[in-house]
Ligand binder design. Structure first.
Ligand code: P6P
Length: 338
């Protein structure tokens, strides 16, 4: 409905959440809607802080370290506290897991949902203005189960919703409640996320590969072979382009929209890869698979992994089905290296 005054059919994230509830669960009490709106508020608040970071003097290190042993940036600390406070106050959560906190947070008398999140992923990029993001996943606690870490140590296949917020050249929210990911962009003049694409579909193949080539000496044979084929296609086609931001939300968002493949493989240094299963691998795999793409570890789908610990890592190859199928074939040894 484009017209000379621009779009005339705005749909906000808040409206979309309520509409989805009406469509998918007309008799629901609306608790998931309340939770999703809380996450929306937290993301808008973090976006505002990120946008002002330079002016507000909250760049730089917070002088504290986190469970990952990484230097915490002030925005990291702020984002983590915002999400914890907003999620506690919305009254819908019983378990929270944050990348920034060693143990799970159990909320007495909490609601039916558990949220796993990375409040500000890619934080090493904050001071140089490169895109960063928030990643989250939501499980529904089985009615007969008490609130415990078991509510989140479940395969990603059991997520009821997942999404990310990209604090980049524009602020994008991409979310799935089980169907194809929906893409919203923040309109700062409205202070609302406005719907851009109702159903993202990952292109079946892509012209981009995304991996940290600095680790190439550590890669195993299947990863090395796949990257070689990206540069020198067997059938003499055009080589793929390398795009690597080093911020997972930015690299995955580009992959969702343009296609191609994002990879953080296991290697001889870290045999589980670097990325975290609960709040990086699973939410992104949920989004990509619901968008018609694939997400594997090299030995099976990411979403089928049974987590043992809340901060465990997993190798991940995600994106266009055709590209990920090729990687899987190389790992299965079914495909001869050409
Ligand atoms: P490397 C950022 O620190 C992060 O957790 C992800 O956002 C990103 O994909 C990855 O690490 C980058 O890791 O080793 O390539 O710098």
């Amino acid at each position: 409905h484009e017209s000379d005054i621009g779009r005339t059919d705005p749909i906000t994230l808040t409206q979309w959440i309520l509409t989805q509830q009406q469509i998918k669960a007309p008799n629901a009490r609306g608790n998931l809607s309340i939770l999703l709106n809380a996450i929306c508020v937290a993301c808008k608040y973090v976006e505002s802080a990120v946008r002002k970071a330079g002016l507000a003097g909250i760049l730089g290190l917070a002088g504290s370290g986190n469970v990952q042993g990484e230097d915490q940036k002030k925005l990291d600390v702020l984002a983590n506290e915002v999400f914890i406070n907003v999620l506690k106050r919305c009254g819908q959560c019983s378990v929270l897991v944050s990348e920034e906190i060693d143990e799970e947070i159990l909320i007495e008398g909490g609601g039916d949902y558990s949220v796993v999140f990375d409040p500000l992923d890619g934080s090493s990029n904050i001071d140089c203005g490169v895109s960063i993001g928030t990643i989250y996943g939501i499980f529904k606690k089985p009615a007969d189960e008490p609130a415990s870490v078991r509510n989140v140590l479940r395969p990603g296949r059991e997520l009821v919703a997942a999404g990310y917020c990209l604090y980049g050249s524009s602020c994008s929210m991409v979310i799935s409640v089980g169907g194809p990911p929906t893409h919203f962009t923040l309109d700062p003049s409205l202070g609302e996320f406005v719907l851009l694409s109702p159903a993202l579909h990952v292109p079946n193949s892509g012209k981009i590969y995304s991996i940290n080539e600095g680790n190439s000496v550590l890669w195993d044979a299947p990863t090395s072979q796949f990257v070689k084929e990206c540069k020198q296609p067997a059938k003499g086609g055009d080589p793929k382009s390398l795009r690597y931001v080093g911020s997972m939300v930015a690299d995955v968002h580009r992959t969702l929209l343009y296609g191609g493949v994002f990879m953080y493989p296991a290697d001889s240094k870290t045999n589980t890869g670097k990325l975290r299963l609960l709040y990086e691998g699973n939410p992104m795999a949920f989004l990509v698979e619901n968008g018609g793409g694939r997400a594997i570890t090299g030995s099976g789908p990411v979403l089928d992994l049974q987590p043992g610990k809340i901060h465990e890592r997993c190798p991940i190859f995600l994106g266009s089905k055709q590209d990920v199928d090729r990687i899987e074939a190389l790992y299965n040894g079914a495909a001869e290296a050409v």
